[in-house]
Design a protein around this ligand. Structure first.
Ligand SMILES: Nc1ncnc2c1ncn2[C@@H]1O[C@H](COP(=O)(O)OP(=O)(O)O)[C@@H](O)[C@H]1O
Ligand SMILES: [Mg+2]
Length: 381
């Protein structure tokens, strides 16, 4: 263990949980933002208006003690609005500089709403700022303290001139409107947020905490996931989802960041889930990637779901058995189905290395065995 590690990671975890706290169903968005911070990369939230993108960015600004700059871009936004006005006094002396106080060149965290509205002058500046953390203004080259840029947009850019900047958002999250079963919670949460009764928040981490945590990601043991990652890249490519070389390389950082966020100094197969943020390009890709990942990764959530489905079936079958007479021929079919379910549960037990899955599998096996016994009895076996 690296000294001080627990303390730093604790702060990052608190940041993650506080960030999503007032919102309904925005865990993935909060995780996207935190993974970007840990990886020292940029994140874009894509989604129709009103999906809490700006609210999340505002909350991030409150939770992290950093120099923050935010701006809503339109086609008419001038470079001076982001980078500061020209310094006329210096200009008279023949020196071209801008007054950057409080503007993007001095910010550690930047939120650009409708980021793909940027015109070409702004785009060019942003590209080098995002990539090299260097701002070329006129004849000068200035290092900027930018840590992560958070972008929001309601569309995936189609224009070729936006391709380069879109690629620089390693983390992409599609913030969808909430499904119907969350609408009731949304009313509650929205009411609290709108009425201002969400308690004011104090920063829970500083940018130097984030920087400390970022250093740790390079100490995460990645050895066990590399071959699986390569296989996933091949599968994605085969299914028409292409990651640029930049994204293929940088995804490793996001994987390590996810392991850290889960409190591990080693990556596991389940950390490859971050591909859901780094692989999609088109909106349709987000679902495709999720499906591929759920097929390819041994995810505890999937096993938990499967086991609880099996349990529900057993309860149903158990009621049925109660109501059946001895020697009912359907008992034989049930007996067989239960044997099949049992071997599936045993497979899950072998494959999963998650405590919750193990516990639930154990419980399910017990239920199955009890029911098998009941059926045997009725069958007079
Ligand atoms: N998932 C959510 N949970 C709670 N409130 C939400 C949620 N989504 C939207 N809202 C409410 O809607 C408001 C508008 O969200 P906003 O951040 O402006 O959306 P966007 O920037 O995506 O257009 C939020 O301030 C909040 O009151
Ligand atoms: Mg907004």
């Amino acid at each position: 263990m690296v000294r001080g590690m627990n303390n730093i990671l604790e702060k990052i975890k608190i940041l993650y949980s506080k960030l999503q706290e007032p919102f309904v169903g925005r865990e993935d968005e909060a995780r996207a933002i935190v993974l970007a911070l840990l990886s020292r990369e940029h994140v874009v939230l894509i989604g129709e208006p009103g999906t809490a993108k700006s609210a999340l960015a505002r909350r991030l600004a409150e939770l992290i003690n950093a120099r923050f700059f935010k701006y809503l871009l339109t086609k008419y936004t001038e470079p001076s609005e982001l980078f500061g006005p020209l310094d006329l006094k210096s200009l008279k002396e023949g020196i071209y500089t801008r007054i950057t106080k409080g503007k993007l060149p001095e910010a550690e965290i930047v939120f650009l709403d409708e980021v793909f509205n940027a015109n070409s002058a702004i785009l060019n500046a942003l590209l080098s700022i995002m990539q090299e953390r260097v701002w070329y203004d006129g004849y000068t080259e200035i290092r900027v303290p930018l840590w992560s840029l958070v972008g929001a947009t309601n569309r995936v850019p189609e224009e070729p001139e936006l391709e380069a900047i879109y690629d620089r958002f390693l983390i992409r999250q599609y913030a969808r409107p909430l499904p119907e079963n969350k609408w009731s919670d949304l009313l509650e949460a929205g009411w609290r947020i709108e009425s201002g009764s969400v308690p004011p928040i104090k920063p829970v981490a500083s940018i130097s905490d984030v920087a400390e945590a970022h250093k740790l990601i390079f100490k995460v043991d990645m050895s066990s996931i590399k071959s699986k990652l390569l296989r996933l890249y091949a599968i994605l490519e085969e299914r028409g989802i292409h990651l640029t070389d930049r994204r293929k390389a940088k995804t490793l950082k996001a994987i390590a960041a996810n392991a850290l966020l889960e409190g591990r100094m080693y990556a596991e197969e389940r950390d490859l889930i971050v591909l859901k943020y780094t692989a999609p390009r088109e909106l349709g890709d987000f679902d495709k990637v999720n499906i591929i990942l759920s097929e390819e990764l041994r995810m505890p959530e999937r096993f938990l779901k499967e086991l609880s489905d099996i349990q529900a079936n057993i309860r149903e079958a158990s009621r049925l058995v109660e109501s059946m007479r001895s020697y009912d021929p359907r008992l034989v079919d049930l007996y067989r189905s239960l044997k099949i379910a049992k071997s599936r549960v045993l497979t899950i037990q072998r494959e999963a290395d998650d405590d919750r899955v193990q516990a639930l599998a154990q419980e399910t096996l017990k239920d199955i065995d009890e029911l098998l016994e009941k059926i045997s009895y009725k069958l007079g076996m």
